[in-house]
Design a protein around this ligand. Structure first.
Ligand SMILES: [Zn+2]
Length: 302
């Protein structure tokens, strides 16, 4: 009687899937994709276009690090056609639940891009040895995620495979353009130290030959020790740093303390963990971040 079990599992998948069966459920038009937080939602939405619905699991204004799941989110995860998240301990509640999901395709963006990126440009770790989840701040890594989503969507909804492939290629084009703007703008700078409260910019600084000096670590809610604050202030003074970056959603206190101590000023740098306000998207915010960084580092545009 063994063969019954896979057959049953296949039936469950068919019933849960939205692939071409929307008329039967009446509830949805096309597959349902769930993205764990904003940058993943951005990539998924660009890839699926109007052929699937993309839902962001992190509500507006909620810090996605350590997101907790509400009961209706658990239900929607269990009915999704594809779930895109970031593993490595970024959102343990999401990861724990995903382990229990069976028969639903999932993409761990961290794992997927580690497989795609050449070994000389590997992911890195925090001082505590936790994987750094912030891959989306390197546009080239996000482009590779678009391709992985397109590949997975082509399994979920084979009829639109070409559209997903084309959309991922368009997105990769836009992200490569952004990557080239970053490379060009940050090539000729007076300083290369990016002093940030929340250590989200490690992949970005790696990519463009800068150095991230973080105060609070990879998790924005962890309190830095007074020793760490003094150390960063000292380094920033030594290197003539003019700008201490903080993110809008987290109180600027620590950044302000350091800035005051060394006569620098504070400026917002958006780690893009939240959906941008208004009509702005990932590309817009990345460009405004680039302006802020190149201004702070005294970069000359050739
Ligand atoms: Zn973060």
């Amino acid at each position: 009687m063994r063969p019954l079990i896979p057959a049953l599992a296949a039936l469950v998948i068919l019933a849960a899937g939205g692939c071409g069966r929307a008329g039967e459920t009446g509830a949805s038009e096309g597959p349902e994709v769930i993205a764990a937080f904003y940058p993943l939602e951005f990539v998924a939405a660009e890839v699926v276009g109007r052929h699937a619905t993309v839902t962001n699991l992190s509500p507006p204004g909620v810090e996605p690090h350590d997101l907790e799941l509400a009961p209706d989110q658990v239900r929607s995860l269990a009915q999704a056609d594809l779930v895109v998240y970031i593993g490595g301990g970024f959102q343990p509640a999401v990861e724990d639940f995903i382990i229990e999901l069976s028969g639903i395709p999932t993409i761990d963006a961290l794992e997927a891009q580690n497989e795609l990126i050449e070994s000389d440009n590997e992911g890195h770790e925090s001082e505590e040895g936790a994987a750094d989840p912030h891959i989306w701040l390197d546009p080239s890594r996000l482009a590779s995620l678009g391709n992985v989503i397109a590949r997975e969507m082509s399994e979920v909804d084979a009829g639109n495979a070409d559209v997903y492939g084309d959309n991922a290629a368009d997105l990769a084009g836009a992200l490569n353009e952004l990557d080239e703007e970053y490379s060009a703008s940050l090539e000729n700078c007076e300083r290369n130290e990016l002093v940030v409260s929340h250590e989200a910019f490690g992949y970005l600084t790696d990519r463009y030959g800068l150095e991230q000096v973080g105060v609070s670590g990879i998790d924005p809610e962890s309190e830095p020790s007074p020793g760490r604050v003094a150390e960063v202030a000292e380094l920033a003074r030594e290197r003539g740093v003019t700008t201490i970056f903080f993110e809008e959603q987290v109180a600027p206190d620590i950044a302000q303390v350091i800035a005051d101590e060394i006569g620098a000023h504070v400026e917002v740098l958006d780690p893009l963990e939240f959906k941008p306000e208004g009509d702005s998207d990932y590309l817009d915010v990345m460009r405004s971040n680039l302006d802020s960084i190149s201004e702070a580092l005294g970069c000359k545009q050739l």
